[in-house]
Design a protein. Sequence first.
Length: 444
Amino acid sequence: GENYNGHYLPANIDIIAIEATLVPSQHEMEEEDLNIASTEAACELVPIGTNNNAPPDEAPPSEMVTSTLNNHDGLADPSRQQHNANCADNTLPTAVIATAEPMGKMSAVICNRHFRLGWWHFIIVIAIVLLILLPSALIPQRRNRQHDDTTNWMDDHTNYLQATIEQILIQNSISNPATFNDTSSPQYQALDWMANSGDGADAIQSESIQGATPYIIQRYILAVLYYSTTGVGWRKQYDFLTDTNECEWGVGANNGFNVIDCNNDGFVTLINLWQNQLMGVIPTELVHLRNCTALDFLTNRLSGEVPVEITQMKLDYLNLGYNQLSGTVMPEYGNLVNVSYLMMDFNKLVGTIPPELGKLTQLSGWLSLEGNSLTGTIPQSFVGFTNATWIYLNQNDLTGSAEFLCDALKPVEGYGYTYGYTNVNSTSPLLELWVDREKVNCTC
């Protein structure tokens, strides 16, 4: 055996002993509620007071708690003795022997002691849980309130901007007010873009709202054009609906030409979106681009009728060729007195050619109505096209005669391509006149 602090301990068991000088009574032990007889205990208590192998000169430590504990209820029964024997055979883990403390209360008694929780333990646990959970529950709510406050402020600000821009547009008769009630309309979408990310705020917060109004209207109209022609499906976006100035959208990007041209005052003068997969209708709002003189929508998939408002613009160039436009050649086209190029070829136009087109005396380039379903005869007023270079009326259902044009304008077929686009006849610069000869009498 081992000599532990003056006491002789058995050699066949591992024991951790704690000395004490005061042995508790059986009543005190019962008050401590020691579950000595635990069924799950690995090794609860090992008596050390009966060691026959101890040297004669060293008596067993009778002051240890063993003798007292052995007199406790249940400790002297055969099951307890068998349990202690098992411990002595090293078949169970290390035993821990507990003795009394100076105050007379038992400390750390057995290997697997059952611990009884009092009501005050639950109060402590609940308090700890609340201290952990409550802050984490309150902080997100506080953050959510802050986020909600910010969101509400932004919503209010956006609503204010949208209402202000809408009022400007209605006061200037830019769009039908009913379109702003339809969230799917291009007008509403353009208005919403202006209020949220279209720099409408910067314009409205300028020193003079009256001075900003034309630019607000211009930017809004270009946004309406984008949404009206399914801008998301364009072949190229050309910087449309970005935060840059609209005059910088698509600079030199369309085969070397600008998509948007502006004058020195920052007002749009040209829109060039040819061959860009535009789908949809031409918006009436374009008429309010007061400084715009050129529209080029050649080779797209525009449909519907051309809005009559277009004929109120100060255009000198209008190219709507190679689309899917329907309707007629409107007499109002005669109002485009400054136009030098008027091209509506290869669409789905029907009806007759109005004589009002003869008013286009400034026509110096092309008049192209080719590839439609036009009927009737060529108006006599066409003799006034004394500045025209090319007239294309073929691939239609026209009838009658074009001899009066041959006599008045004396076109020289193919001559201009050979000699630098110059008609040797002094009557007009007309180089080509195209009609369907099987339907229209024409000898020139």
